[in-house]
Design a protein around this ligand. Structure first.
Ligand code: 8YV
Length: 330
């Protein structure tokens, strides 16, 4: 009987996922919940048949140079694959898969939560009671901004953008979006969404802007200093996608200068490092910062693991895995 293939998993995963992986594969698990050291990562690249990395593992062209002859599949535990040079992997005959779909609703929920948190100052207000700063109700204290009747501009109308649109409609927001391609008329009609061909024009008209597109070379600093300047000073910006999509330095400067009303960020350009200026803005109640929690539910993590298992098993059984990621066109 052929020996089981070596599947190296770089981070601690939910118990049920690890148990199933042990049953199916020769699984080398990382039980420490710390990223592998550089040396251990290189060793994993050299020895694995299948590698299961996460967003905390950067697999660029240089790292792929270490790939051993057996490595044929990188089954990312995550939806976004900006941590992997998919084109360089393809050149080496390495298939890349991801985990789409299962984290859509949780990420959309968290995006909606951030919209509410920033607009209604939920985190800001919640800090006051434990700090002993609440002297009693006042007509003019802790005022936020109403979201009902306002305009939400979604940058990237994929699965998560559409799931956000559904939620936001229930809160009385009108839905606007910019996407490389206009979505199907039936989806647009169901969401009562208005498509903006020009991102610049959309940004200038929105009360809330939410970033929900993937990070690719084409979306790096899509919200550049110039584009951020187009936004209304009363607007708020939400990002649960990737930090690199927004010019964070420019955003910070605008928040400091009151050229934007606030921001809710679940992702950062240099994560896990967060710029000291952003920390100061958080203390001042101008921004709500979350530690990349968009898909952080027990359910999502288990379903992500199950997707990884299906991709790995299908591949090792000699078939095309369902969630293959193809190199994007230049
Ligand atoms: C994941 C994410 O938790 O799946 C994604 O793209 O951004 C996250 O919510 C993370 O990537 C796990 O690797």
């Amino acid at each position: 009987m052929a020996s089981k293939k070596l599947v190296i998993v770089t981070r601690k995963l939910p118990d049920s996922v690890e148990t199933r992986m042990r049953e199916l594969f020769d699984a080398q698990l990382n039980l420490t919940d710390q990223p592998l050291s550089h040396d251990d990562f290189v060793k994993a690249m050299q020895t694995a048949d299948v590698l299961v990395p996460t967003i905390t593992d950067r697999i660029d062209a240089a790292m792929l140079e270490h790939a051993g002859p057996k490595l044929k599949l990188i089954a990312n535990f995550g939806n976004g694959v900006d941590n992997i040079d998919v084109a360089a992997a393809a050149k080496r005959g390495i298939t890349v898969t991801n985990t789409p779909g299962v984290l859509t609703d949780d990420t959309a929920d968290m995006t909606m939560a951030l919209i509410l948190a920033v607009a209604r100052r939920i985190v800001d207000g919640a800090k006051t009671i434990p700090a002993g700063e609440w002297a009693g109700w006042s007509p003019t204290w802790m005022l936020g901004r109403r979201i009902n009747g306002k305009r939400l501009g979604i940058v990237g109308m994929g699965r998560i953008g559409q799931a956000l649109a559904k939620r936001a409609r229930a809160f009385g927001l009108s839905i606007h979006y910019h996407n490389r391609r206009r979505v199907a008329p039936a989806i647009e009609a169901a969401l009562e969404a208005t498509w903006w061909d020009s991102l610049d024009q959309m940004l200038a008209r929105m009360d809330i802007v939410s970033v929900n597109c993937p990070h690719t070379p084409a979306t790096f600093h899509l919200l550049s200093a110039r584009r951020l300047k187009l936004m209304k000073p009363t607007a708020i910006l939400i990002n649960t996608a990737r930090g690199e999509i927004i010019d964070e330095k420019a955003l910070t400067a605008m928040l400091e200068a009151n050229e934007l009303a606030g921001a809710g960020l679940d992702v950062f350009e240099h994560a896990p490092a967060v710029a000291p200026k952003l920390l100061r803005l958080a203390k001042a109640g101008k921004v709500t910062l979350l530690p990349h929690m968009g898909s952080a539910t027990y359910e999502s993590r288990i379903e992500m693991g199950e997707k990884v298992i299906i991709n790995v098993k299908t591949f090792l059984d000699g078939h095309k895995p369902p969630d293959r990621v193809l190199p994007s066109a230049p």
